[in-house]
Every structure is written in structure tokens, then in C-alpha cells.
Design a binder for this molecule. Structure first.
Ligand code: C2O
Ligand code: CU
Ligand code: CU
Length: 545
């Protein structure tokens, strides 16, 4: 970072103020990861937001869900905050190791009920934060659990049923990084450092300043006009001729990305190192990968052969979003919202939208969209500015995956579809106290996630455990083209998963198993992580006995 950029960044960070915080108001970790609004954008090395870490092993923490004053180009109106001494850290990354005891008290400083869910962590129902219990405004909810996961990048976000989409969109989310020996070995081998050469990148497309979903959005999921990475549009980083590890989370409401690393517009091959459940067994070559809401992907960006002065972009490439035709019952009348009136009228035609994207553009209710899903866009740019000798060796094996035996396991069919105005699983809409799926602990099941042709892609997430993707069948051609094995799986399907995108007409078989011996039966959730589908009840209770 140049001296001027650094000064400008520090100024922007210093200008950030907090509203609704009693007690200490100094913030040394702003969620604004952008530069000043002057047009200079950057990903700060080791600065605020999820670049800052809070070690859960250090003792109990209080996590406030609160409003923040939008400054410094930050798009969010709310944030999670941890108060440590006289410092307030916004949206910190919690770090832990397997076995760490996590004691976190959520304090609700919002004017609506909320609850925090630890997405990707194996927990009992009392600590899962799945929405069976919420904290009223002004109230607290105390979590106390042992981290039982292997290494991986997870995240925390609100889960009050019916209002989770808007709370996530408002800025309530953060990362959880679990480290273990495999992680340390990889970091050592490649000389990686969190926030410097190992970069958390959170993707979220934005539209209105305040969440406002109309009937079309509730049907398809809310799509933004703008791409943000760590809260910045046009994010860039001055990089060296070395390798970088990109730990990406898709925190969008509904947008799926087809990520690629491009030089002069051409995809460069890269390695996938991990995904939702942590490291894969081996680094797996890839040219582009679909990342749906809530999925994580861990990529190795190799700039060793890129000349100084050139740049490499993290892009989302064109694809067919395969959106469902809008049913008659959806209210397609354009909606304007008081404070953001007119913001639905985009200012310019989309520049790089593929044919499929153009079809989506011409759908009823939206004459066209500034950035249709499946439209190509540069998300962030790595500008190679300096030379650095990178002598690290990428390990051939990354981690040993826990085996899961599905020989003779029963198969459970779960059909994803739309009927009578609602998205459904097995024709049902979520009812909080029902658990249509029941299975005993320590038994493996094969779940067959079948999506109707007339449906749209659904990002199916299971709470409380990680699963394995066994196979994909009758996948659309654009998905099949990326398959790396005879079972139709993609590079990002390997390893352990907690969220898997199921395309229209596709069947995905996953191996599911709940192993941990909690006291008594536990209730988990299976739901679509398209946030509008989740809020709309595309969710089922899962009872583990
Ligand atoms: Cu990330 Cu049930 O959610
Ligand atoms: Cu979850
Ligand atoms: Cu869905």
C-alpha cells in the first residue's frame, strides 16, 4: 500500500463511528475494508473486519448485534461487535482449534429479535442458534460449546425464522477460522500469513442500502446490482510474484458465482485447496467453480509467473442462472421503497452479460437488471507490483478425510420444488416444531436431493454436521462440463460439505451422518441457503435420536 493510500485508509477507518454502543466507542477494527470513497479501493493488509481475529481460547466474549453508522464506503447498517478492553472490534474472525471451549454471549442491540447461528460448526441444538429460540431486543443468549470440527472456514450469521435475509444483508455476519496441524503444515509450506497472503474474501452483491425484497425477489432471491468483496466495489490488492490463498465465502442473499482467476480475460488454472468442510485430501486443479450462497471455497492464486505490472482478476464468468419462470401468483409490479426510491431503475445496460443472462434480463417484472445472475463481472483485482521469491512447495496431500461408509445405508429422497406460491422440500413448507426427517445418531444415510426441471438452483444446507457429495446425476451441461470424475462431481464437491448447489433437473446424492454424542435428541435443519427461500420456509426439521 502506498503511503498516501495508507494515510487515506487510516483516515477513513478513523472516521468510522458506532451508533447504539454504550460504553467504549473506540473502534480499531472497522468493517469498512475499502479505501476512502475517493475511488481508491483496497484490501487492507491485516486491518479491520474479518482480517482482525478474536481467539475463542482466550476466554468468554460478548458479541453484540448492533447498528453502525455507514461511513467510509461501508455498505452495511448493522454489524456484530466484540468489546475487548476499551476497543470495539466489528465483525471479527473468531479463531479456534478443535477442542477449544467457546463461550459467547450474544447481546441483541437491534430493535428486532435475532439469534446467531454458527454455520459449519457441529453443535447441539442449544448452541446451534437455528432459530428455535431467539433473543428479544435488549436480551442476551449465551452459548457454551466445545469446537468439534476439523480445520475449516465457517461463519456466523443471524437465523431468526422469516427475517434472516434482511439481517444478513444489513451486515450481520463474520467468519470463524478453525486451525489444526494440517492447516499449520500448509501455511508453513507456502509461507502464508492471514490477512497478508491468506486473504479472507467475502462476496456479497448489493442493491438498496436497506433490505427491500418484492415478490420477484422473494421468489427468486434478491440479486444486487453491485458486486462487493469485503464490502468494496472494485476491490484491488497490490500483490507480489508469489502464491496467495483466497478463502472465499459467498455471503450473498441469493447470487451464485462462477469464480475464475483471469489474466487478460482468460481463465488461468488454479488449485482448489478446500471448501465448506475444510481442506480437501489433495489440491485439485480447476478452471472455474460455482459458489452458491453460504458455500466456502479455498483457492490458490499463483502469481509467480505473472510479470510485474500485469494483473489477475477474480471474476465471475457467464453462466445460465436457470431461473424458474415466474408463477402467476408472484407480484411483479415494480416496487419502490421510500428512502431508496428509484434505486430499482438501473443506470446503464449490463455490459458483459451472456445470452442466458440476457434471457433473465427479459423476464417479466424486471425489464432488465444491471447485473443479472450469470452475468460476467470482475470482483477484485490483484495488481502485481513487486517481485518476491516464492520457494514454498505445495504439499501433495493436504489432509486425511474422515471416511463415511454408506454400504447398505438407506436412501431418503428429498424433492425440491414449488407449489401453491411456496418453495418446498417434499411438498412441505417449514413448520418449526415438525421434524419430517428423523434418523438415529451414528447411522449413515444417503440423501437424494432431486430438483425439478421447472425449479431453479437451490443451495441446500444441513445444520449440525458435514456431509460428502457422492454423485451428481442428470446435471445441466454447464455443470457437467466441470465434472472431474465419473460420478459427475466437481472439484468443489470433494472433501466435506455443509452446503451443496442442486441445479434444475439434477439429482445430487450426499452421505449424511450425525456422530456426536450429545445428551438427548437434537433438532437440526435442512434448508435452502438462498436467503429468501430460507425465510419463505424452504426448510425441514431434522431430528437426530
Ligand atoms: Cu447458514 Cu441455517 O444457515
Ligand atoms: Cu448452518
Ligand atoms: Cu432455493
Amino acid at each position: 500500500m502506498s503511503a498516501t493510500a495508507r494515510r487515506a485508509f487510516l483516515k477513513a477507518a478513523g472516521a468510522l463511528t458506532l451508533a447504539g454502543v454504550s460504553g467504549p466507542v473506540r473502534t480499531d477494527a472497522p468493517p469498512s475494508l475499502c479505501g476512502p470513497a475517493s475511488g481508491t479501493r483496497l484490501l487492507p493488509p491485516g486491518a479491520g473486519g474479518w482480517f482482525g481475529t478474536v481467539d475463542l481460547a482466550a476466554g468468554p466474549v460478548e458479541l453484540a448485534a448492533q447498528t453502525v453508522a455507514p461511513t467510509g464506503g461501508m455498505p452495511w447498517t448493522n454489524a456484530y461487535a466484540v468489546v475487548q478492553g476499551d476497543a470495539v472490534r466489528l465483525a471479527p474472525t473468531f479463531v479456534a482449534e478443535p477442542g477449544t471451549r467457546a463461550r459467547i454471549t450474544l447481546r441483541n442491540r437491534l430493535d428486532a429479535p435475532t439469534i446467531a447461528h454458527w454455520h459449519g460448526l457441529a453443535n447441539d441444538v442449544a448452541n446451534d442458534g437455528a432459530g428455535f429460540v431467539v433473543a428479544a431486543p435488549g436480551a442476551t443468549y449465551a452459548y457454551d460449546f466445545a469446537v468439534r470440527n476439523r480445520a475449516g472456514l465457517h461463519w456466523y450469521h443471524p437465523h431468526p425464522h422469516g427475517t434472516a435475509a434482511g439481517q444478513l444483508y444489513s451486515g450481520l455476519f463474520g467468519l470463524i477460522r478453525i486451525d489444526d496441524d494440517d492447516e499449520r503444515r500448509l501455511r508453513r509450506a507456502l509461507g502464508l500469513e492471514w490477512g497478508v497472503t491468506e486473504l479472507p474474501l467475502v462476496l456479497q452483491d448489493r442493491r438498496d442500502a436497506i433490505y427491500a425484497a418484492d415478490g420477484v425477489d422473494r421468489h427468486r432471491g434478491l440479486l444486487g446490482h453491485e458486486a462487493t468483496v469485503n464490502g468494496c466495489t472494485g476491490a484491488w490488492l497490490d500483490a507480489a510474484t508469489r502464491r496467495y490463498r483466497l478463502r472465499i465465502l459467498n455471503a450473498s442473499s441469493a447470487r451464485t458465482y462462477r469464480l475464475a482467476l483471469t489474466r487478460d480475460g482468460r481463465p488461468m488454472p488454479f488449485h482448489v485447496l478446500g471448501n465448506d468442510g475444510g481442506l480437501l485430501a489433495v489440491p485439485t486443479p480447476c478452471e472455474s467453480c460455482f459458489v452458491s450462497p453460504a458455500e466456502r471455497v479455498d483457492l490458490l492464486l499463483d502469481l509467480r509467473d505473472v510479470p510485474v505490472g500485469a494483473s489477475v482478476a477474480l471474476e465471475t464468468l457467464d453462466f445460465d442462472p436457470m431461473h424458474a419462470r415466474l408463477p402467476e401468483s408472484v407480484d411483479t409490479a415494480p416496487v419502490t421503497h421510500g428512502r431508496e426510491a428509484g434505486s430499482r431503475e438501473p443506470a446503464a445496460r449490463p455490459s458483459a452479460a451472456g445470452p442466458a443472462a440476457a434471457a433473465a434480463v427479459n423476464s417479466p417484472g424486471r425489464t432488465w437488471h444491471a447485473w443479472p445472475e450469470g452475468g460476467r463481472k470482475v470482483l477484485a483485482t490483484f495488481r502485481v507490483r513487486s517481485r518476491e521469491a516464492d520457494r514454498g512447495r505445495l504439499p501433495e496431500a493436504l489432509s486425511a478425510l474422515p471416511p463415511i461408509d454408506v454400504a447398505g445405508a438407506p436412501e431418503r429422497a428429498l424433492r425440491l420444488g414449488f407449489n401453491k406460491g411456496r418453495w418446498r422440500i417434499n411438498d412441505r413448507v417449514y413448520a418449526m416444531h415438525e421434524t419430517p426427517i428423523e434418523l438415529p445418531r451414528r447411522t449413515s444415510e444417503v440423501w437424494l436431493l432431486r430438483n425439478y426441471h421447472t425449479s431453479m438452483p437451490h443451495a441446500m444446507h444441513v445444520h449440525g454436521t458435514h456431509f460428502r457429495v457422492l454423485e451428481r446425476e442428470t446435471s445441466p451441461e454447464q455443470v457437467n462440463a466441470l465434472a472431474i470424475d465419473e460420478r459427475g462431481r466437481l472439484a468443489t464437491d470433494l472433501g466435506l460439505k455443509d452446503t451443496v448447489l442442486v441445479w434444475p433437473g439434477e439429482s445430487v446424492r450426499i452421505a449424511v451422518r450425525f456422530d456426536i454424542d450429545y445428551d438427548g435428541a437434537q433438532t437440526y435443519l435442512l434448508h435452502c441457503h438462498n436467503m429468501e427461500h430460507e425465510d419463505g420456509g424452504m426448510m425441514l426439521g431434522v431430528r437426530v435420536t
